[in-house]
Design a binder for this molecule. Structure first.
Ligand code: ZN
Length: 128
């Protein structure tokens, strides 16, 4: 290998130019700008669906409790009365917007028999 060939190989590996780096940063920034709003929307939608699923479980537990205890419309059960009917295997039962470790009674309001339970964290978005 000649000296000229060695010099050409050594000088050809100088790295990226400033324009190449700026183009890469612009492309990555564009991809992030496209992906992040979709990700946030999906995360918010998933959390709302989980909460609505919890509200459906609470509503079913409330109706079962009312049937078992011969309660009529208008009576409000406590969450401790509903816990045996929730069948949640002892796991935490809370809205996804609440702080971790929150109790079920901190996240949800059971409301009277005949009315749907409500989420305390996002009552307008998380409802049956
Ligand atoms: Zn909620």
């Amino acid at each position: 290998m000649s000296i000229q060939t060695k010099n050409r190989i050594l000088h050809s590996s100088q790295g990226f130019t400033l324009m190449e780096i700026l183009c890469i940063i612009a492309i990555v920034g564009l991809l992030v700008a496209i992906a992040v709003p979709g990700y946030l929307h999906t995360r918010r939608s998933t959390r709302a669906k989980i909460c609505i699923s919890n509200l459906q479980k609470i509503d079913t537990a409330k109706e079962t409790w009312a049937f078992d205890e011969f309660k009529t419309t208008g009576i409000v059960p406590s969450m401790s009365e509903l816990l045996p009917y929730l069948h949640n295997n002892g796991r935490s039962f809370q809205c996804a917007l609440g702080p971790p470790g929150e109790d079920v009674s901190d996240s949800y309001e059971p409301n009277p028999i005949g009315a749907a339970p409500t989420c305390k964290h996002a009552p307008d978005d998380h409802k049956l």
